[in-house]
Ligand binder design. Sequence first.
Ligand code: GLU
Length: 256
Amino acid sequence: MRIVIKVGTSTLAHPTGRLNVRRVESLCRVMSDLKNAGHELVLVSSGAIGMGAGKLCLPGRPKDIPTKQAAAAVGQCELMYVYDKLFSEYNHTVAQLLLTGEDIAHPERRQNVENTLFRLLKLGALPVINENDTVATQELVIGDNDTLGAVVATAVRADLLIVLSDIDGLYTADPRTDKTATLIPVIPTITPDIEAMTGGAGTALGTGGMQTKLHAAKIATESGIPMVIANGNAPEILYDIVEGKPVGTRFEVKKS
Ligand code: GLU
């Protein structure tokens, strides 16, 4: 299978913004194993701004654009250094792609991105993708990596998009505030009722939340790609997802 895996800042970093070493090590080990088993993988990784903020000892996720972009410039290096180091331990080669909204919106640039991605996969490399936060301007920003994950999944004609988050999946209500909330295992179609369930925001360091995940699910499923949201606390969950076991929330492709 060709699988795009998106990991959020809350999966990669501690609330301090510093790297969650144990989790990232396990993510890279499991992904390496899946690659060894013959799957083609693309990683869409957040964490640049969050980790940059941690490294620069900022008090939280920066709010103004220049500081965000500066934090991303620092954090992206840290991210790629860690991925390069950990995937190299398992003899896998990473490749960094930093995309902006323009690269997606402009057909010729989009085609170039697709060509590069297909060639990297053919060469056996593992593309690691983030938004180019240091230069992305507000008007052209993709904005969140859930959407970026779906755009990338569409570009590489993935068989599956996996979004790893700090929550088990989509709930009937916000489980942090509502004890009656239950996990929805399968969503055959995104109905207005489902949309109404996705209230809130992301975390202190990341940007996501359920709304962006639902938006990503729409893009992916409309392109014929199923999407699974699952908890990235234990990256071994990727094995279950790839084996088709019922974990997290799975958005099915509409059958026509
Ligand atoms: N591109 C941002 C970063 O690397 C993250 C965006 C997101 O979390 O959705 O920090």
